[in-house]
Design a protein around this ligand. Structure first.
Ligand SMILES: [Fe+2]
Length: 401
């Protein structure tokens, strides 16, 4: 284990240097009710004339893009709509979108939706200008040319994809998630418009909000964290604890609450695009691939279980987060604060109606799930490494006994 740990840390050191050399821009951000319409104006001011909206059918049927389309019409921007995005989009869907954008001679892409629409739009934008099949873009820095100008209007508060250099697309055959990593994927601009989030069903608000919290915490306790990423991660965690119960309760239509959640998701995105995630995500990705468990739900269930494993190595960081989030009391030791922080996450899950275990996990699948999770998770800058039996034990705790 010691030799393997040294190898992982050596790889991390190289990756950390690469991240610093590459650097990342932040998207220009408009925030607040009707900021989505301001984003349309920004597109017109940039001289864009033919825009492909990338979204999903339910949003179109709910009339969620009507206002955006009307504004683009008013601004004399020609609009085409590609609404075939489904959860966990595949390369086939991305290819279809690319063909549609080429047919429409689109000069920009506007993603309106959750992480699936945003990620598909990112890969469309970079594949189009580089004239490459989207699957060929998998990996790090595969695009030579800038992506087609990309604009983003998230309609959920969780993935933070509007701020990140990454896009996740599912393999059409294996259903494994494949990652495109390139600073050219960062959108030109994003609008965090709470008016588009007030009708989200509670279970989606809860799961996506817990995804944002997981980004905030995993990036904060990982070894790539910097003062900047910890600043954004801590702010995001505090905003989620304060606002997610309200967004899932009687204040679900409160624009201020929704705006805080949108901002928390964006801040967490800024944190994890540089400081990465950890084993919670590595395990959640396997649970999503194997059983179709939604990403946010899998993260929410795994988060306290993985933190219980990491709490000795990450004790001081977890205690810092507890203090920032006003969890526990000033007289508590770091060890007590770290535990109070983990217990607070369990209470939040309970309050949001998120179960402590996942019915779909089968005992016979756990060794394979753990092997795949470690393959992914050991590449992340985690505070301490797991071995196979430790990972199996963590996953087993998420199984219904
Ligand atoms: Fe995530």
């Amino acid at each position: 284990m010691f030799a393997m740990t040294s190898l992982y840390r050596a790889r991390h050191a190289l990756l950390r240097i690469a991240i610093r050399l590459i650097g990342t821009e932040k998207p220009t951000t408009a925030i607040g009710p009707d900021s989505s319409l301001q984003l349309c104006k920004m597109m017109a001011d940039l001289g864009l004339r033919k825009v492909m909206i990338v979204t999903d059918k339910p949003l179109v049927e709910l009339g969620m893009i009507d206002g955006i389309k009307a504004k683009l019409d008013e601004l004399k921007i020609q609009v085409a709509v590609f609404d075939a995005i489904k959860p966990d989009p595949t390369f086939e869907v991305v290819r279809e979108g690319i063909t549609r954008a080429r047919d429409a001679s689109s000069d920009a892409i506007l993603a309106v939706g959750g992480g699936s629409s945003i990620d598909a739009a990112k890969v469309m934008a970079i594949s189009l200008t580089n004239n490459k099949d989207p699957q060929k873009m998998v990996g790090i820095l595969k695009g030579r040319k800038q992506a087609l100008p990309l604009f983003v209007i998230p309609t959920t508060a969780g993935t933070g994809s509007e701020a990140t250099v990454a896009a996740v697309i599912s393999n059409d055959v294996s259903h494994q998630k494949e990652v495109v990593l390139d600073p050219k994927l960062v959108p030109v601009a994003a609008a965090l418009d709470p008016a588009l989030m007030t009708k989200l069903p509670n279970h989606i608000t809860a799961a996506t909000g817990m995804d944002a919290l997981t980004h905030a915490i995993e990036s904060y306790i990982g070894v790539f964290a910097t003062d900047e990423t910890r600043f954004y991660g801590a702010a995001a965690a505090r905003m989620v604890f304060e606002n997610l119960p309200k967004a899932c309760g009687e204040q679900s239509e409160d624009l201020e609450v929704r705006e805080h959640m949108a901002l928390a998701s964006y801040y967490a995105g800024l944190a994890f695009t540089k400081a990465h995630v950890g084993y919670v995500h590595a395990i959640a990705h396997q649970l999503g691939g194997k059983y179709g468990i939604p990403h946010g739900l899998a993260n929410a269930v795994m988060l306290p279980l993985v933190l219980e494993f990491s709490k000795d190595a990450a004790r001081h960081k977890l205690a810092e987060l507890a203090r920032v989030c006003s969890i526990g009391s000033l007289s508590m030791s770091d060890e007590q604060l770290a535990q109070a922080f983990i217990d607070h996450i369990k209470s939040l899950n309970k309050q949001l109606g998120i179960p402590a275990t996942l019915e779909k996990i089968e005992r016979q699948d756990i060794p394979q799930l753990a092997t795949a999770a470690l393959k992914e998770g050991n590449s992340y800058p985690v505070p301490c490494f797991m071995d196979q039996s430790q990972c199996e034990a963590v996953i087993a705790r998420a199984m219904v006994s």
